[in-house]
Design a protein around this ligand. Structure first.
Ligand code: AMP
Length: 429
């Protein structure tokens, strides 16, 4: 029968890659705990309206990348393409986002966008993100950017470029938008078809068009940093001062824009040099109008999202090797009960154990142990049963030990001895 394959752009995560995922998630969670953020888990499906209202009707995601479908009662649902809108909705529903209150939330999970799959771009991918809702002061911006930098440090991403910018706010951005539109009009013939279309609806996106001709044109386009109103300028200057005080390495790029409409003031992105075309590892920014746009009080907010797959692609393998510490081999059926008992005790003490089928020859059992790259092999055969001692082979030091298979406490004594041997360098006994 023909085998059934998974869906294009949707990938399985299998060992050992799944272990790298888990290891990365643990590192990130530890950083978020240090910043006193709490985890929020929202559903994968939301009403389509949530994303249309928050991301902006003219964004790539809403225009062409959402997985939307009608539920049986006719409600249009969408598989979440990003996390912020859901987090804000959920925080409002749970009463976490209220006046005079600050919500510090992080999330981790799959996101869905129907983009053209390529290296570093899939249709289901995982994001780790944090949101700080209810603060509009520069210290909040600095804290979130610092948090992002610390997450990347914890993940081992050293070769990175953290770029920040200010996008202005409702006071100064309209004038900048108009200046950009006028500039685009003056160079209309040199723009790609896509940019000609979005010139009126979303002129900021012209700044991150990848087409060569657009890039040439936009190199001389008006800069948002020259159009900031005084409060936005002061806010940005203070964010910079705080980041410098915290020793965060960053670069200002006045051409940085973000794909979603809801960003105001501080926006930032991290790119990794070794990723190729899809080199953005994460990004975020301030979204002061979003909470109100979703029906809540006028609360400010700022957050970021990191793509876990890209972060793993960009970093060296930091995770501990996933080889078993102990490979337990019962050489006969009679030895199997002692082997089961011992293995269960070792596992209860946190040792990663492989338990082999009984009745193999020592030679074939050892071949397998070599393949597994186990640190220790425990052999239990008839001789060992009679003597009440297992043969323990230290695979690193090629030394054999005979260790008591005590009836009462076979596990912990052996664990202590194995750990001591692993730490010491163990000579044969
Ligand atoms: P965004 O919400 O577009 O700013 O995305 C934040 C991060 O999510 C990006 O920097 C990527 O690391 C990751 N990401 C976004 N879209 C995809 C995708 N289609 N496949 C893999 N990772 C993605």
């Amino acid at each position: 029968m023909k085998t059934l394959n998974g869906v294009k752009g949707f990938h399985d995560v299998v060992p050992p890659q799944s272990e790298r995922f888990t290891d990365l998630e643990q590192r990130l969670r530890a950083v978020l705990a240090a910043y006193n953020f709490g985890e929020i888990r929202t559903p994968i499906a939301e009403r389509t309206e949530l994303f249309a209202r928050s991301l902006g009707e003219t964004t790539d995601i809403v225009e062409k990348e959402m997985y939307s479908f009608d539920d049986r009662d006719g409600t249009s649902l969408t598989l979440r393409p990003e996390g912020t809108a859901s987090v804000v909705r959920a925080a409002l529903e749970a009463g976490l986002a209220q006046r005079d209150q600050v919500a510090k939330l992080y999330y981790l999970g799959p996101m869905f966008r129907r983009e053209r799959p390529q290296k570093g771009r899939t249709r289901q991918f995982h994001q780790f993100g944090a949101e700080l809702i209810g603060r509009d002061d520069p210290l909040a911006d600095a804290e979130v950017v610092m948090l992002l930098a610390d997450c990347l440090d914890a993940a081992g991403l050293k070769e990175r470029d953290l770029i920040i910018n200010s996008l202005g706010d409702e006071a100064c951005r309209p004038a900048y938008r108009a200046a950009l539109t006028a500039y685009g009009r003056a160079h209309f013939d040199e723009l790609c078809a896509n940019c000609r279309q979005r010139l009126d609806r979303n002129p900021l996106r012209l700044l991150d068009c990848k087409e060569e001709s657009c890039r040439r044109v936009m190199a001389d386009a008006p800069l948002v940093t020259d159009h900031l109103c005084e409060p936005c300028r002061a806010h940005f200057a203070q964010v910079e001062r705080l980041l410098q005080a915290a020793d965060v390495t960053y670069r200002v790029n006045p051409r940085l824009v973000r794909g979603l409409d809801y960003y105001v003031r501080t926006a930032f992105e991290v790119v990794a040099g070794n990723l190729g075309a899809q080199n953005a590892v994460g990004g975020g920014g301030r979204y002061d109008g979003l909470v109100a746009a979703l029906g809540g009080p006028p609360l400010a907010g700022i957050g970021f999202a990191i793509g876990l797959e890209r972060l793993l692609m960009a970093t060296d393998d930091l995770s501990a090797a996933s080889n078993p510490e102990v490979d337990v081999i019962p050489l006969t059926d009679e030895a199997a009960p002692a082997a089961v008992r011992l293995t269960r005790r070792l596992r209860a003490r946190g040792m990663r154990c492989e338990l082999e089928a009984a009745g193999r020859s020592v030679k074939s059992a050892m071949r397998r142990a070599d393949k597994l790259a186990a640190r220790f092999v425990v052999l239990i055969g008839d001789d060992e049963l009679r003597a009440g001692r297992a043969t323990v082979r230290d695979m690193h030091h090629k030394a054999d030990h005979r260790l008591a298979l005590a009836v009462d406490d076979p596990g912990s004594a052996l664990v202590e001895t194995l750990r001591a041997l692993a730490a010491a360098g163990g000579q044969g006994a």
